[in-house]
Design a protein around this ligand. Structure first.
Ligand SMILES: C[S@@+](CC[C@H](N)C(=O)[O-])C[C@H]1O[C@@H](n2cnc3c(N)ncnc32)[C@H](O)[C@@H]1O
Length: 256
């Protein structure tokens, strides 16, 4: 059964496992041998099983097993109070850029970078990665196409800093800016790439249609532009829905 985001399903699986275990413990049916630490292990196993039933992939299993241990540990040995604000600030530095656009950080893989390279035009090439993450696609493409120019825009400060460092040796043809993709003018690029989420796609498509020149390519990793048929779809290994969707830009919108 699949619904909502994987994070939501993972939290639900943990909550259901906890509620089940609590109900059994309250009813007095939980054997003594299964109380304390073994109960924590049991909760992890139950949560992992429920998570699989809710459509979470096998790579979620270690995390599902680990989370009850972590919570148990934190309850038994509470960390100093400064740890919580520090953790919150770190999370904001890494994921803050995606909070408003509902786009978390996850990285595309080498197969996606190679597919993206195959979409790059042979001549003049200026490519923008909107939401550059850790700069993986930018660094790969800048090395593969030294004749091209590659620009990344990233809104999360820590993620930006890592991408900036990663692409430092490639400054000759690669730049990363800290900022919002919504402020990036797209008119100067032959190819604009984005790996975001379903949420910003309608607005991003409108922006691409307004700013990109006819004949250029808008490429989305995995997330479709609603109501548009891609010019090209390149399936990627890994997740079932993983693919690059390339949209060739037509002339400017007739009545805008
Ligand atoms: C799924 S990651 C993709 C990373 C990289 N493009 C790749 O393909 O591996 C999306 C990134 O977009 C960033 N992001 C989300 N909203 C943004 C915005 N409005 N402006 C700039 N970056 C944004 C997030 O912080 C995150 O690092």
């Amino acid at each position: 059964m699949r619904f909502g985001s994987p994070i939501l399903r993972a939290v639900l699986a943990q909550a259901v496992a906890y509620a089940l275990l609590l109900a059994v413990a309250r009813s007095g049916l939980l054997p003594i041998a299964l109380q304390g630490r073994p109960a924590v292990l049991l909760m992890g196993i139950l949560a992992a099983g429920i998570g699989l039933g809710l459509g979470l992939g096998p790579r979620w299993v270690p995390g599902m097993l680990f989370l009850p241990w972590l919570l148990d540990l934190l309850l038994r040995h509470p960390p100093p109070t400064w740890v919580w604000p520090a953790a919150l600030v770190s999370l904001l530095l890494i994921y803050g850029g995606g909070i408003l656009t509902r786009v978390p950080l996850y990285n595309s893989n080498r197969a996606a970078w190679e597919a993206l390279l195959s979409l790059c035009p042979p001549g003049l090439l200026r490519l923008a990665d909107l939401g550059a993450g850790l700069g993986g696609p930018l660094a790969f493409l800048a090395r593969a196409r030294p004749d091209g120019f590659f620009l990344g825009v990233e809104a999360s400060p820590l993620t930006f800093a890592l991408a900036w460092l990663r692409t430092l040796p490639l400054r000759g043809n690669c730049r990363v800016h800290l900022g919002s993709l919504w402020n990036q003018d797209l008119s100067g690029f032959e190819l604009v790439y984005a790996f975001l989420s379903p949420a910003p796609m309608p607005r991003l498509w409108e922006k691409a249609r307004r700013e990109m020149r006819p004949g250029t390519l808008f490429v989305s990793n995995t997330f479709e532009v609603p109501g548009r048929t891609p010019t090209l779809r390149i399936p990627l290994p890994g997740r079932k829905d993983a693919c690059l969707l390339a949209y060739r830009m037509e002339g400017p919108p007739a009545f805008d």
